[in-house]
Design a protein around this ligand. Sequence first.
Ligand SMILES: [Zn+2]
Ligand SMILES: [Zn+2]
Length: 164
Amino acid sequence: MLIIKIVLVAWLLLLIGDFLSTFLYHVPEHVFGKFHGIVHHGKNRSFIHYAVLTKNPLVLLDGFLGALPYFIFLPLGWQISPAGTILSIILGELHVIWRHVSAINWQTPKAISWLCQLLFITTPEIHWLHHKNANVAYGDIFTFYDRPAQKWKQFLTHIKVSYW
Ligand SMILES: [Zn+2]
Ligand SMILES: [Zn+2]
């Protein structure tokens, strides 16, 4: 029972975090902003460097704003399950690093790819598609956010073109 609670809370926190991050930051930033475009989709695609090592303030700002939605509900999660909350932070952080390993020619093992597909989890290969083309492969962690995010992007682009 305890394990289920821990996993459920961790999963929910990531689900909510990815949702808010994708729809309130990532997509609008692609349409209206420029930080994320420069940092995440720039020509200089050194992602390991980008994700973990860099001290460029723009990169840190993009990372911070993108990560903020994951933190909002942590206090609530903590009240339900501190262990689940910690697990979500660890998994979220590991996933950031993992989905950027394309830079070192990583290939996800077949079994893991299959498992991720089953659980709708974004693999480095899928996330790489987003880096190459900002119109596809949304959902930093969960692949099912891709379709609604693309619709959301079309809608916001329409708003921008019409009223900006
Ligand atoms: Zn990325
Ligand atoms: Zn992006």
